[in-house]
Design a protein around this ligand. Structure first.
Ligand code: 13P
Ligand code: SF4
Length: 304
């Protein structure tokens, strides 16, 4: 089937079934052709929480679709590729979380949205990379536990200066491929460019970047900056969308192949397939959901 007839079929089914498609910016860029909302984790979770659609197709990875289900329990949430997980979220099981928190009793726990519903159900508040600093600050305490991303946690600690952040040693294997030497090489080759990095990068990278921010933060920086050249230290999907949206600006990937393999599993055919069959529905155990949604709602309340 041609791409245009796949797109046409998807659009028809969206109307018939009152479905919406949410797509993360790390998805293959052609997914945007059918997406109703494209953005970062925070934005998409806010959309999921308020939609009137009957079906949400989440073009992203498992924890994102699961988060959408937690926030919209009455909707049918479909993940086009059920195998698309997050390698960082997989680093922290419920048992590993309990072991970690039991070593640090009575300290509030903050979990990055890149985590399972089980982990969320045991943490005090959730955050995304867009609002992590704001969320930790809102707790008004001098010490927190942060899971599972050690680099985002340590970056938050550095931003706040007055909160000790005890982190679980999880990380994003995609962002960790970026090294300080890549920043140095890119700066030598493109001295006119600013380096924009995601806080999932190693601290040795984020500490030498010109700007550190979430996916939305980086995209907004390029949009609003008077600067013309940018070296992008995050996933390729952000580079592709910036090149598409700002053809008059110079968008340079920090290096080739900074790709999240799970994010790139989704195809337009997969989206059409789940819309037709309603397969790959996300179901969350009611007992787990009850507490996990509180953790998410506390975040959305602070991030309004
Ligand atoms: P954001 O969408 O919050 O920038 O997170 C990036 C990411 O790695 C998503 O898995
Ligand atoms: Fe998980 Fe990293 Fe992929 Fe994001 S980029 S989904 S954190 S593995």
């Amino acid at each position: 089937m041609s791409i245009s007839s796949t797109i046409e079929k998807i659009n028809k089914l969206k109307q018939i079934k009152n479905a919406i498609i949410l797509a993360h910016c790390y998805q293959p860029v052609e997914i945007d052709e059918v997406a109703d909302y494209v953005g970062d984790s925070l934005y998409l979770s806010q959309v999921a929480a308020r939609t009137n659609a009957d079906i949400i197709v989440f073009a992203g990875v498992y924890f994102m679709a699961q988060t959408a289900k937690l926030l919209s329990p009455d909707k049918k949430v479909l993940l086009p590729q059920i195998e698309a997980g997050c390698r960082m979220a997989d680093m922290l099981s419920y048992k590993q979380l309990k072991d970690f928190t039991s070593k640090h009793p009575s300290i509030p726990s903050v979990c990055y949205v890149n985590s399972t519903a089980e982990v969320k159900s045991e943490c005090d508040i959730c955050c995304t990379s867009s609002n992590a600093v704001q969320i930790v600050k809102s707790l008004g305490v001098s010490k927190i536990l942060f899971v599972p991303d050690t680099y985002l946690g340590k970056w938050v600690e550095k931003q706040l200066g007055n909160v000790e952040v005890i982190t679980y040693p999880g990380f994003c294997p995609t962002h960790l491929q970026i090294r300080p030497i890549d920043v140095e090489n890119a700066r030598k080759k493109f001295p006119q460019a600013l380096v924009l990095a995601h806080p999932e990068c190693h601290m040795s990278v984020s500490s030498i970047a010109d700007y550190v921010g979430s996916t939305a933060g980086i995209m907004n920086y390029v949009k609003t900056s008077k600067h013309k050249s940018f070296i992008i230290a995050t996933e390729q999907g952000v580079v592709d969308r910036l090149k598409r949206d700002y053809p008059n600006k110079e968008i340079i990937p920090i290096k080739n192949n900074i790709v999240c393999p799970n994010m790139k599993m989704t195809s337009l055919d997969d989206i059409l397939h789940v819309l037709e069959t309603e397969e790959n529905e996300i179901i969350v155990d009611k007992n787990i959901a009850q507490n996990a949604v509180k953790c998410l709602n506390r975040m959305l309340e602070v991030s309004k």
